[in-house]
Design a protein around this ligand. Structure first.
Ligand code: GSH
Ligand code: FE2
Length: 369
């Protein structure tokens, strides 16, 4: 059994799906936000139930789809404890295991590319993230990277695995797909046969350009791919290409609604609204497109009728389902925006960031039934 290996051309990122053949439970490692549809299609094609989304580190070059996948599939999120990804439900420590059906993978703490970076061992495979790359390794010049830590992670942790362990990297920039521990130990140009001092000198001389999307990607990845504003300020982040028009802060969305420029659509279920509360005037229209489940009949028609030529601002519980709904609304030709962090927001994450997000936590109008 091998991992299913998927490639994102834009960032040269490999995403991996592993699954248990009997229960069909699956995990996804390092999913990319622009590839959600591909990944959902892969899960459907193999008949899999996603139970974990897992990060090897907080990426600097692309944005994770972990938060989107949790709302679309019901999967839980796990990330290395040392990466500061506060939204991940499970904060992994060295040696922790994650189970999926009768299978499990084991986390290895391998600092160097970032201080929290991890690799994952599954059977006789190791998914090495941006620690060990084929004939290379992750850069160590930003985001708490350290060449000394990288040298130890490569030579003491990864090269301690059996030589015939298959290596599946987080990136390859030259079209290679996998390698083995034995091969990298013998031939990796940066580390094979090199002393720590030689390795540090090689890493120090790389002079790589900064990843193009680092300023946008790192903050987004620290919240599993949700984007947020600073200090609760009005915010609009335009989305690239045709995904949807943008992410807006609750305040800006409310300003648009009050000015009659936008209609608000609440895509939570009736049960959620009854438990937690609702926004007066918002149209209740539940978004129920889970893999394998047909979409709400009438969703498209009701959404188009409600929009009546205005902008549409979409609200859900935490700001993830509303992204999927905003994408659908965009396909229908509407100007659709996702309301950041949804109705509830996350008080813990907000406290950590020193700010308050979410509709209710921002003190915007809402009522209990
Ligand atoms: N050119 C890419 C950045 C590539 C890059 O810096 N990749 C990181 C991984 S996030 C790395 O460690 N690269 C190692 C190398 O190129 O040797 C971009 O702009 O996104
Ligand atoms: Fe990276």
């Amino acid at each position: 059994m091998k991992p299913i290996q998927l490639f994102d051309m834009e960032s040269s990122t490999y995403t991996y799906v592993l699954f248990d053949q009997t229960s069909r439970e699956a995990v996804i490692i390092d999913p990319v936000d622009t590839q959600v549809e591909r990944d959902l299609a892969t899960l459907r094609e193999y008949g899999l139930k996603l139970v974990w989304t897992i990060e090897t580190h907080a990426h600097a070059d692309h944005i994770t789809s972990a938060a989107q996948l949790t709302e679309l599939t019901g999967a839980r999120t796990a990330a290395p404890a040392g990466c500061g990804i506060g939204t991940a439900g499970v904060q992994l420590q060295h040696g922790d295991t994650l189970r999926f059906g009768n299978e499990s993978l084991t986390a290895l703490h391998t600092p160097g590319h970032t201080a929290g970076s991890m690799c994952f061992v599954w059977r006789d495979h190791v998914l090495t993230g941006d620690t060990l790359l084929i004939n290379g390794c992750g850069r160590t010049d930003f985001q708490s990277g350290s060449p000394v830590d990288m040298y130890n992670s490569l030579t003491q942790v990864l090269f301690a695995l059996p030589d015939d362990t298959t290596v599946w990297p987080g990136h390859d920039y030259q079209g290679r797909t996998h390698s083995s521990i034995g091969h990298e130990k013998a031939h990796n140009a940066r580390v094979a046969g090199k002393s720590e001092a030689e390795f540090v000198a090689i890493m120090g001389a790389l002079q790589l350009p900064k990843p193009k999307r680092i300023d946008e990607a790192v903050p987004a990845n620290l919240t599993s791919g949700m984007r947020h504003d600073v200090d609760g300020a009005l915010l609009l982040v335009p989305r690239p290409q045709t995904a949807y028009a943008g992410d807006v802060s609750p305040q800006l969305a409310w300003q648009w609604v009050q000015a009659g420029e936008a209609v608000m659509v609440d895509v939570r279920t009736d049960a959620e609204r009854e438990w937690v509360g609702f926004v007066p005037g918002a149209l209740p229209l539940a978004w129920k497109q889970w893999p394998g489940m047909a979409m709400n009949p009438g969703f498209d028609a009701q959404l188009q009728a409600a929009a009546a030529g205005k902008k549409v601002v979409l609200l859900c519980r935490s700001g993830v389902r509303s992204i999927a709904a905003a994408k659908r609304a965009t396909e229908l030709g509407l100007e659709a925006y996702n309301i950041l962090e949804g109705f509830e927001g996350d008080p813990d994450a907000n406290a950590q960031r020193g700010r308050r997000g979410g509709w209710r936590l921002q003190g915007l109008p809402w009522r209990q039934n």
